[in-house]
Every structure is written in structure tokens, then in C-alpha cells.
Design a protein around this ligand. Sequence first.
Ligand code: AMP
Ligand code: ZN
Length: 124
Amino acid sequence: MSVELAGHDPDCLFCKIVARKIPSKTVFEDEEFYAFHDIHPWAPVHFLVIPKQHIASMAHIGPEHAGLMGRMMALIPKLAQQEGCNPYPDGGFRLLTNTGAEGGQEVHHLHFHVMGGPRPWLRG
Ligand code: AMP
Ligand code: ZN
């Protein structure tokens, strides 16, 4: 029997990735966040940034998450540059989060897609 960490959902795909029960290609990790390459990239650069804590979606975000969300937003441009997105304004990146079924969300653990690199892209 395994002991699950507080804030993790044992049935969640991205919680399993954080716990290294499912392999992923790491982009960044600290105490609060994990970033990894999307398994089906749309663009030359395509990675996902997630809080390690299980939060199902943006619909679950409230004022108590302001600090966490602020730190995640501040991390993203740094990682985009590190992963090879070209500099703004000719380069840049797309930041996307799908929320709920009608928002196109497939994995119900909050994640931000970061996409960039030279066009054309596979999608978008
Ligand atoms: P969505 O919930 O619609 O924002 O999409 C979930 C994203 O997770 C998709 O872009 C998938 O390609 C990606 N994905 C699903 N499983 C994995 C995995 N095991 N490793 C990396 N990315 C994944
Ligand atoms: Zn989760």
C-alpha cells in the first residue's frame, strides 16, 4: 500500500506524473511546480506547467490561490525562453489553459500549455 502525498489525487494522470509513477520529460521542477514536455506537441516548443498540488481546473481557482498563480505566471516567461521560444515581439509564445468539457479540458489537473517556436505549427 502506498502512502499518497497531501494534495494529490491518486487517480489523476498529472499527479502520477509529479509522483514519477508515469514518465515525463522534465522542463523544470521546484517545491510548488512541475513543467514537462507535452506528449503530443503542436509547436516546436510545447510544454505544460502545473502546480504539484492537485487543483482540477481554473474553475477551482479563488483568492487563496493568488500567490501560487502569481508565482506560476512569473515562472512561465523564464521557462519559455529557456526552452527555445524566440524573443518578443518577433518570437513570443502562446499560453493556453482549457477549462471544463466545453473549454476542451481533457486532463483535470490545472495546466498551462506553453507553445512557441517558428511557424507553421501543427495546430493553432
Ligand atoms: P487539455 O486537458 O485539453 O489541455 O490537454 C491535455 C494535454 O496533456 C494534451 O495536450 C496531451 O497531449 C497532454 N498529455 C496527455 N498525457 C500526457 C503525458 N503522459 N505526458 C505529457 N503530456 C500528456
Ligand atoms: Zn492531479
